[in-house]
Write a protein of this length. Structure first.
Lengths: 296, 295, 317
C-alpha cells in the first residue's frame, strides 16, 4: 500500500519533470540550420481538416524524423482558442478567426491550406436532384415542409442540420440562408453521422463536404450548377470554405517548415486532391472573412 | 392453494424476464460478433491505421488501450485501496464521513464527458501536458476511483468481525490486521471489482476524446525506453484507444468500410474484455488460495 | 554500597524502560500511525479531486449568469436554444434528459429486479456461473457500440413501427434501458444478497412459499438497496452522452411526444463544446448545462442518502 502511494507520487513527480523536459527540447530546436529539423508541433482543431493534416503530418515526419508532430481533432472552436492561448502551435479551423466571437483575429496568422466544397444531400427516395437557391433557403427556414412542393415525392422533409457553431454550418448558412434563421431541427456534429442518417432516413436533407458523398445518397445541384471542384474554383458553386491553419506570433522552425510543406506542390497537387479537397493553388477567386469574393 | 399458484406464476414471470434479458444480451453479442469477427485477422490486429481514412489495422490502438488501462490501474488501485481501508476501518459514523461518502458518490455519478472536459482543461490546457497517455490515465482514474473505493470498502466490511478481533487479540495493530488478515480474505471481491472497473475503463471513449486524444502516431515497438518520443511506453504521446477509434471511424472516418471496421474493432474490444475478465478471475482465486493457504 | 548503587541503577534502568514502554508508542502503534496516515492521504486525494471538480464546474457554469448576465429563470424556463444569437433557454434539454432518464428507469427496473431475484433466489448457481459474467461483460461494452447498434437496429425499427425519422426519446429510452440494466441488476443482486440468511430461513420455516418470501421479506428488507440501485441507474442514464447523442436526434426543441427528436443536456454538451470559444457566451452556456448535470447528480445522491436513512429507521423499528 505504502509502496503504491509512493508510486503514485513518483508518477506525479515524473510527469512534472518530463513536462519540463518537453519544453526544453522545443526551445532548443531553434538552433543552427546545419542540424536536422527538430521540435514539437501540435495541430489541434477542425475535424474536417484533421485527416488531411494527419496524413500530411505522417509524410512530413517520415522525412524529418526528429520532429514530433501530432494532429488532433476537437473542433474549430477548440483549435482557435488553443492556439490563441498558446497551448498548441497550430490551430486548425474551418472558418475565419474573425467570424468567431472571443477570438482576437489580429493576433493570429492565417495559413489557408485547402478548400472544401459542400453541397446539400438528400435521401435518394425524395426524387429531388436539383433545387433553386430560394427553395433551399425555404426548406432550411421551415417554409417548405414537403418534397412535393419542390417537385419531389409527397413526403415530409426531415432536416438534419449541423451543430450550432460548427464551421460547416456557418459556411452553409452564410451561402444559403444569408442571415435568416434556420428552423429548429435535428443536429449532428459529424460528417459520418450525417452521411449515415441521410442515406437511411426517408425524406432527409442535410449538407456534406464533397469527400463524404456516397452512392447511397443524392447530392443536389443548385440552380442547375452541379457540386464539382471546377465549379467551386470559379465560385459558380457558392457553398465552400477554406481550411485554415492559424499560428500565433512567429512560428518556430519546425512549425514553419510544416506549414511550408502543406503549401508545397507535394501536398497541394497530390494529397489534397486525392483526399477530396480542392487545392488552394487552383482557386480562381479569393474570399475574405466578410464573404466578399474577388477574382484572382 | 392460492399462494402456491402465485408462487408458480411469479416464478414463470421471472423466468420470462430472465429469458428476455439473456435474449437481449445475446442478441447484442451475436450482432457485434457476427458483424465483426469475419473481418478480424492477424494483420487487422497488428497493422497500422491509415491516418486519413481510418482504414487498416488497430495494432497501435489495441496497445494504447492496454497501456492506458495498466497506467490507470497503477494510479487508481493504491489510492482507492487506501481510501477503502479508511472508510472500512478508520472512518467514524459522523457528518464528516457522510460528507466524504457523498463526495465519492458525486464523483461516481458525474457524466464521463464532464470528467473528460475537466481533464482536458486541467491537464491539456493548464498544465500543458497535451493530449497524452498520462492525461487520459488521470482522467480515467477520476471516475475509476469512486467505483473501486466503494468496492474495496464493501469487500473489506464484508469480512466477519471475528477475523478482525482475532487479529487484534494477537496484539497486531489495526493496520497490520487490515493488511495481513482482512485484505487477503477480501481479495477475491476486490479483484472482481477491479475487473468490473477495468471493463469500464477499457471501453470508455467520452472521457478520452479530449484527454488521451484522437490520434495514434505510429510507434516504434522496438524502442522500450519510456523517455523516447516514439517509444510505445512514452506516457506523453497522444494515444487513441480502441473505443475512441470506433467512435472516430464511425463519425469522421472516410473509409468506405467504416461499418465493418468498427464492428470488427468492437468485436475485438469485447473479446479483450472477456479474456480480461477470465484472466483476472483465475488470478483472484489463485491469489486467494496462496494468501489464505487454504485449498 | 557499590552493590546497592548498582542495584539502584538497574532498578532505575528498569523503571525507565517500563516508562518508555508505557509512555511511548509501541511498534504496533507506530504501524497504525503510518497506516492511518496512508489511508488519510488517499482519501484526501479523492476529496481534493472532487472539490476541484465541483469548484471548476461551478465557477465555469455560473459565468453565464455573472458575466453574461443571463437571467437564471429565463435560462431554466426558456425554450429557445441558440447561444450564437444569445438565446439561452435550456428547458428543452432539461425536459429531454428527464424524459429519457425516467423512461429508461421505468422500463429497466422490472427486468433488473426480476433478473436479480433469479440470480439470488431461484437459481443462484446459474446466476453466478452464467448471468454474472454476461452482465459484467455488458458493462464493458463501450457506449459508442451501444449507440451504433441503436442507430443500426433500434432507429430503423422505430421508423417502421411508428413512422417519423425514428430518432427520438423512445429510441434513446431503449438504448439507455440496455445500458442501465447491468448497473441496476448487479446493485440489486448485491442488496438481495445482503439480506441476512435467517430472514429467509425464518420465512420459509413459517411455511411461506418462495414468492411470498421473496416479495414480503427479501424485497421488503432490500427496498432501500433496490431504490439505490435504480437511482444509480438513473444517474448513469442522465449522464450518458455518446450513445444518446447518436439516437435522440439532437433537436433543441421541446419534445412534443415520445417519437419526436429531442436533445439532452449531455448530447448538447458533446456536440457543442468543440465549436465554442473558451470564455464566450456559447461556451459558458454549455458549462451551465454541465452545472445542471452536476446538481442533478448531487440531487440523486441526496435521494440515495434519504432512502438509506429511511431503510435504517424501518429496520430499527
Amino acid at each position: 500500500m505504502n509502496k503504491g502511494s509512493k508510486l503514485a507520487m513518483g508518477i506525479a513527480a515524473l510527469s512534472i519533470l518530463l513536462v519540463g523536459c518537453g519544453k526544453a527540447t522545443s526551445s532548443t530546436s531553434r538552433k543552427g540550420s546545419s542540424e536536422p529539423l527538430s521540435g514539437k508541433v501540435t495541430a489541434v482543431g477542425s475535424t474536417a481538416l484533421q485527416p488531411l493534416a494527419a496524413k500530411a503530418g505522417a509524410n512530413f515526419t517520415s522525412k524529418n524524423s526528429k520532429v514530433n508532430l501530432t494532429v488532433q481533432g476537437g473542433g474549430s472552436g477548440t483549435g482557435l482558442s488553443q492556439v490563441q492561448a498558446g497551448a498548441v502551435s497550430i490551430g486548425d479551423s474551418d472558418i475565419f478567426a474573425e467570424e468567431k466571437a472571443g477570438i482576437k483575429a489580429d493576433k493570429l496568422t492565417d495559413h489557408k491550406v485547402a478548400v472544401v466544397g459542400m453541397a446539400p444531400v438528400v435521401n435518394k427516395d425524395t426524387g429531388v436532384k436539383n433545387l433553386k437557391m430560394a427553395q433551399l433557403k425555404k426548406i432550411f427556414t421551415g417554409k417548405i415542409t414537403n418534397w412535393k412542393e419542390v417537385g419531389g415525392k409527397d413526403q415530409k422533409i426531415v432536416i438534419i442540420n449541423r451543430a450550432q457553431g460548427s464551421g460547416t454550418r456557418a459556411t452553409f448558412e452564410n451561402a444559403v440562408l444569408k442571415g435568416a434563421t434556420a428552423v429548429k431541427s435535428q443536429e449532428q456534429d459529424s460528417n459520418g453521422a450525417v452521411q449515415k442518417i441521410v442515406s437511411s432516413t426517408p425524406g432527409a436533407i442535410s449538407y456534406l463536404a464533397f469527400s463524404y458523398f456516397t452512392n447511397k445518397l443524392q447530392a443536389v445541384s443548385i440552380d442547375n450548377v452541379t457540386p464539382t471542384d471546377n465549379n467551386v474554383q470559379t465560385n459558380k458553386w457558392k457553398i465552400w470554405s477554406y481550411e485554415h491553419m492559424y499560428t500565433k506570433g512567429t512560428p518556430d522552425k519546425a512549425t514553419a517548415a510544416f506549414l511550408k510543406y502543406m503549401d508545397s506542390k507535394d501536398v497541394q497537387n497530390s494529397l489534397v486532391k486525392d483526399m477530396g479537397y480542392i487545392s488552394i493553388h487552383d482557386m480562381k477567386v479569393t474570399k475574405d472573412a466578410k464573404g466578399v469574393v474577388t477574382q484572382n | 392453494m392460492n399462494a402456491k399458484r402465485t408462487d408458480l406464476i411469479a416464478t414463470i414471470v421471472i423466468d420470462l424476464i430472465v429469458a428476455s434479458v439473456v435474449g437481449i444480451l445475446f442478441f447484442l453479442l451475436a450482432y457485434i460478433l457476427t458483424a465483426g469477427l469475419p473481418h478480424v485477422s492477424w494483420s487487422f490486429l497488428t497493422g497500422a491505421t491509415d491516418a486519413f481514412s481510418g482504414a487498416g489495422g488497430i495494432g497501435v490502438q489495441l496497445f494504447n488501450s492496454f497501456y492506458l488501462l495498466v497506467l490507470t490501474m497503477l494510479i487508481s488501485v493504491p489510492i482507492s485501496l487506501g481510501a477503502g481501508i479508511y472508510l472500512a476501518e478508520y472512518a467514524k459514523d459522523n457528518w464528516r464521513t457522510s460528507l466524504i461518502r457523498s463526495a465519492i458518490e458525486v464523483l461516481s455519478s458525474l457524466p464521463s464527458v464532464v470528467v473528460g472536459l475537466f481533464g482536458f482543461l486541467l491537464f491539456v490546457v493548464k498544465f500543458k501536458i497535451g493530449f497524452s497517455v498520462i492525461s487520459g490515465a488521470i482522467a480515467l482514474t477520476f471516475f475509476n476511483l469512486p467505483l473501486l473505493t466503494r468496492n474495496i470498502e464493501e469487500s473489506l466490511s464484508a469480512v466477519s468481525r471475528s477475523q478482525r478481533e482475532a487479529g487484534l487479540s494477537l496484539g497486531l495493530s489495526k493496520w497490520k490486521t487490515e493488511i495481513g488478515i482482512i485484505l487477503p480474505v477480501a481479495l477475491p471481491g476486490i479483484v472482481t471489482g477491479i475487473v468490473l472497473s477495468a471493463g469500464r475503463v477499457f471501453g470508455e471513449a467520452a472521457a478520452l476524446i479530449y484527454t488521451a486524444g484522437q490520434s495514434a502516431p505510429v510507434t516504434n515497438f522496438a524502442d522500450w525506453n519510456p523517455m523516447d518520443a516514439a517509444s510505445p511506453l512514452n506516457p506523453f504521446r497522444p494515444a487513441e484507444t480502441l473505443a475512441v477509434h470506433i467512435w472516430k471511424v464511425n463519425t469522421e472516418g472516410l473509409a468506405s468500410n467504416a461499418a465493418t471496421l468498427s464492428a470488427a474493432a468492437s468485436a475485438v474490444l469485447i473479446i479483450a474484455v472477456l479474456l480480461f475478465n477470465l484472466g483476472a478471475r483465475l488470478l483472484g482465486s489463485y491469489l486467494y488460495r496462496r494468501v489464505t493457504a487454504s485449498k | 554500597m557499590e552493590q546497592t548503587n548498582l542495584q539502584l541503577k538497574k532498578q532505575d534502568a528498569q523503571t525507565h524502560e517500563w516508562d518508555t514502554r508505557l509512555h511511548h508508542a509501541t511498534k504496533a502503534t507506530r504501524e497504525d500511525w503510518v497506516g492511518r496516515g496512508v489511508s488519510y492521504f488517499c482519501i484526501g486525494i479523492i476529496i481534493l479531486v472532487v472539490a476541484s471538480m465541483l469548484w471548476f464546474i461551478t465557477s465555469k457554469g455560473i459565468a453565464t449568469f455573472t458575466q453574461n448576465h443571463v437571467n437564471l429563470w429565463k435560462f431554466l424556463s426558456g425554450t429557445s436554444w441558440a447561444p450564437d444569437q444569445g438565446q439561452i433557454g435550456a428547458l428543452p434539454m432539461i425536459v429531454g434528459s428527464f424524459a429519457v432518464t425516467f423512461a429508461a428507469a421505468i422500463v429497466a427496473t422490472p427486468f433488473a429486479v426480476g433478473t436479480a431475484i433469479f440470480m439470488t433466489e431461484i437459481s443462484p448457481n446459474k446466476g453466478r456461473k452464467f448471468l454474472q459474467p454476461v452482465i459484467e461483460l455488458l458493462v464493458g461494452i463501450p457506449s459508442v457500440v451501444y449507440g451504433f447498434i441503436g442507430l443500426a437496429v433500434i432507429v430503423p425499427f422505430m421508423r417502421h413501427l411508428v413512422g417519423g425519422s425514428g430518432f427520438g426519446i423512445i429510441s434513446a429510452t431503449f438504448v439507455l434501458f440496455v445500458m442501465v440494466l447491468p448497473t441496476i441488476t448487479s446493485m440489486t443482486v448485491d442488496s438481495l444478497r445482503a439480506v441476512p440468511r435467517f430472514y429467509k430461513e425464518a420465512s420459509l420455516a413459517l411455511g411461506a412459499t418462495r414468492w411470498q418470501t421473496v416479495s414480503r421479506v427479501i424485497l421488503r428488507s432490500a427496498t432501500s438497496g433496490i431504490l439505490t440501485a435504480i437511482i444509480f441507474g438513473m444517474a448513469r442514464a442522465f449522464g450518458e452522452a455518446l450513445a444518446v447523442q447518436m439516437v435522440i436526434g439532437n433537436a433543441a426543441i421541446m419534445p412534443k411526444n415520445l417519437i419526436s427528436p429531442a436533445s439532452t443536456l449531455t448530447s448538447q454538451l458533446t456536440t457543442g463544446i468543440g465549436d465554442t470559444i473558451d470564455g464566450t457566451l456559447p461556451n459558458n452556456a454549455l458549462w451551465s448545462l454541465a452545472l445542471i448535470l452536476l446538481l442533478m447528480s448531487l440531487f440523486f445522491n441526496a435521494l440515495v442518502r434519504i432512502i438509506a436513512k429511511r431503510g435504517q429507521l424501518k429496520h430499527e423499528c
